[in-house]
Ligand binder design. Sequence first.
Ligand SMILES: Nc1ncnc2c1ncn2[C@@H]1O[C@H](COP(=O)(O)OP(=O)(O)O)[C@@H](O)[C@H]1O
Ligand SMILES: [Mg+2]
Length: 485
Amino acid sequence: MSDNARMKNNPYQVLGPTVPALLGRRDLTARVRAHLDKERPEHVSVMGPALYGKSVLLQEIARIYAEDQPGYLGAAYFDLRRRTPLTDDELRERFAEKLAAAVEKSWPEGSELLRFDDVEITERLGLVARELAQTDDAVLMVMDGFDDVLANPGITSEIWDGLLRIASEPVLRYVTGSRLPLRELCRTEESRTSDFWEIFHDAPVIVGCLDDSDWEAFLEPFSREGVPLDKAARQRLQYWTGSIPILLTALLQSTWEWAEPGAKVSGEDVDRLAERLMQRRRQLLAALWEECTAEMKTDLADLTRGELRVRAVPESRLRRLERRGFVRREGKRIVSACGLVERFVERESAGVSSLQRVFGDAELFQQNVRMLLEVRLAQVPVADPTLHGYVEQAIRHLQPEPRHSTVWVRSIADRALDLIWEQELRDGVTLPESWIIAWQRAGIQHLPDDGHGRVPSERGRQLRLLRYATGLSLIHISEPTRPTT
Ligand SMILES: Nc1ncnc2c1ncn2[C@@H]1O[C@H](COP(=O)(O)OP(=O)(O)O)[C@@H](O)[C@H]1O
Ligand SMILES: [Mg+2]
């Protein structure tokens, strides 16, 4: 096979516009299915940190139930993170569209009915739900990216209550994917409280790092292609990736690109490829790191600096770190489980620890914040020496009593306003005719000038003028005309 063809056929896909096909995860698949295939099926919530393979798993579940599964008319997968619906109706439309696709084959009339947009969407959904209730079968709706849609203020509890009502008939089964527990998501804002989450089975299916049985499936394409990975190579893959699925996928992807058909891949080869990955895929590591809480980051940073005892970390946090494939226990010690993450944290933690050293408590912060601002000010070009001088004074007076620095803020504001009028107005005081005309057209009752087309002397009124001059105050007025400066 030519290099090009080989690369095109790479079975390892990292992120990308479409959700990659699932490798392994037989155990998790079985756990989700156990709920769905029960005599009385249960709604399932799948939960795990970003990038650990929730979407990949959920898409596979939808694929399985799309055809020929006893008790199911069909299934649909949709990711609410892509084109996140902003309102209830958008979400309903999206839901209907997916439901229509799910029953396309098994119940074409229902699918047509759902797409019949002469009828209001809520009514269409209700109608179809009632029709479906006449059959013994259900439709599986796999809704991924739940965090984002629930965080959206345009989506009200009404929609969840609506979905809840439909779900109380044995018509629809839900599988959701989210980073946080549904219970927390449904309760974030008082106004949107819904009992939607209560219909889900108590224990979510948790997605974390891979287990031993997943490894065979991940390596299978290599053995199929006749490129054996020896024991040493496997050990190094394990060492570098810690069984974190996205890291293993990325490392196997570059191994696949690099390996010659029929050649052998050794432990050293894997090491070299991992080093390269460190450079090229930094953003993946950064994303995994950003998914950690500040405490977890501190644990990981501590680990790179020396010994970390099991006793030193609360059990629940240690379990979270283990589940993510970052650490494991060795007797009484915690050791790193993922070479790539360890390397990344070594570099990153230099920053974490020096920040800690300089700003770690309130007193240190007080002592050092002034120096930080002075360093920053020195980096900014001096556009106006007077203004620069005031900022310098404000910073200097942060110590010992921060209140004294606010005195200077007044001077900064005064000077800034003077600079604006000097710059924007012909003579520093007279407002352009075009501004006045635009404001009059916009129907403004009290023009922000001094009554004679000039800048008012009071600073407070100047601020109002500034808001009009920059169009900020016009946004709420229907007429879209704005003065151009
Ligand atoms: N079981 C798996 N099979 C194949 N690729 C996987 C698997 N798990 C994770 N990946 C890789 O990790 C990436 C992130 O997975 P994804 O399902 O999008 O994570 P999540 O939805 O949890 O944020 C995928 O694009 C893929 O490259
Ligand atoms: Mg996802």
